[in-house]
Design a protein around this ligand. Structure first.
Ligand code: CP
Length: 319
């Protein structure tokens, strides 16, 4: 794929969600990320486009993949990176999210990379600061860079997204990954199915353009992509599944259920995976079909593209 031309590349002020992005804007980010995959596979990985800029990682929820890959992405583009330790911050002296963000903004960072447990919190914060903001997951609302890295993984493996049957299985109700992926995949012309027990499928989700299945084998029939999601226990208030064992029996991905999908179907999972809860080890580690570690690799490239995109207008504006 060719990198987008500097005049036509998508350069938003913030990246807060996939909802509302056009296929061209999504494609622009994916094309830019595709170029970074090759750079990341070289021994010398240093770029220059963010040299002199400061990126602050501000994570109010735990993360392994997103936080580390944003730090790596920013450093590979030459930025200075601050990993703000929320646990030792003045949040615990009663300082609000907005006051924290405005305090950090006063230090003139260029990008705030934010994860927060409440839906809408990152967008609210973006309205109060002058720097760019990238949403790394806000409650059960959106996780845009996850959907972009999933799309890049699919596009590189299958050559296209349009026309593919993508089945997303598990805890759809609490999943920001599902929501961002549904927005992206439907915008790009995929047929999206969601599979799960009625307790974990939001009412009226069909309005997002997906088909709903409660029988996993029916939902997996002839699927090109099988995307598994973990139970988001941290967001559940009450009982949503009878037991983890029963959940695996009906909705866990194993060889038997996977047989309903196309023989070359890709197995995806945003991580962290819970083996034996939503996915069996034999399919998670299937070297021919599982692309779970490839998704992690694509995450660095996608986050480099997003950092470049939100700082491009700053480049144009600076003296
Ligand atoms: N997929 C994802 O967001 O993983 P982390 O919670 O480890 O960042």
């Amino acid at each position: 794929m060719n990198a987008p031309d500097a005049n036509t590349r998508f350069a938003p002020r913030h990246i807060l969600g996939i909802e509302g992005l056009s296929p061209d804007q999504i494609t622009s980010l994916l094309d830019a990320a595709d170029g970074f995959v090759a750079l990341n596979r070289r021994r010398e990985k240093k770029g220059e486009s963010l040299r002199g800029l400061t990126v602050i990682n501000l994570f109010f929820e735990t993360s392994t993949r997103t936080q580390t890959s944003f730090e790596m992405a920013a450093k590979r583009l030459g930025a200075d990176v601050i990993n703000m330790s929320v646990a030792t911050s003045s949040i615990y002296k009663g300082e609000s999210l907005i006051d924290t963000a405005m305090t950090l903004n006063a230090m003139r960072p260029d990008v705030l990379v934010v994860r927060h447990p409440h839906s809408g919190a990152v967008e609210l914060l973006s309205q109060k600061v002058t720097c760019a903001v990238i949403n790394c997951g806000d409650g059960s609302h959106e996780h845009p860079t996850q959907a972009l890295l999933d799309a890049l993984t699919i596009r590189r493996r299958k050559g296209t997204i349009a026309g593919l049957v993508v089945t997303i299985c598990g805890d759809i109700a609490h999943s920001r990954v599902a929501r961002s992926n549904i927005h992206l995949l439907t915008a790009m012309g995929a047929r999206v199915r969601v599979v799960g027990p009625p307790t974990l499928i939001p009412a009226m989700i069909e309005r997002m353009g997906v088909e709903v299945f409660h029988d996993m084998v029916a939902g997996l029939a002839d699927a090109d992509i099988v995307m598994m999601l973990r139970l988001q226990l941290e967001r559940m208030h009450g009982t949503f599944v009878p037991s983890l064992r029963e959940n695996f029996h009906f909705y866990g991905l194993d060889e038997d259920k996977l047989a309903a999908a196309k023989p070359d179907a890709l197995i995806m999972h945003p991580g962290p995976i819970n083996r034996g809860v939503e996915i069996d080890t034999s399919v998670a580690d299937d070297i021919d079909r599982s692309v779970i570690t490839e998704q992690v690799e694509m995450g660095v490239a996608v986050r480099m593209a997003c950092l470049e995109a939100v700082t491009a207008h700053q480049e144009a504006a600076s003296p």
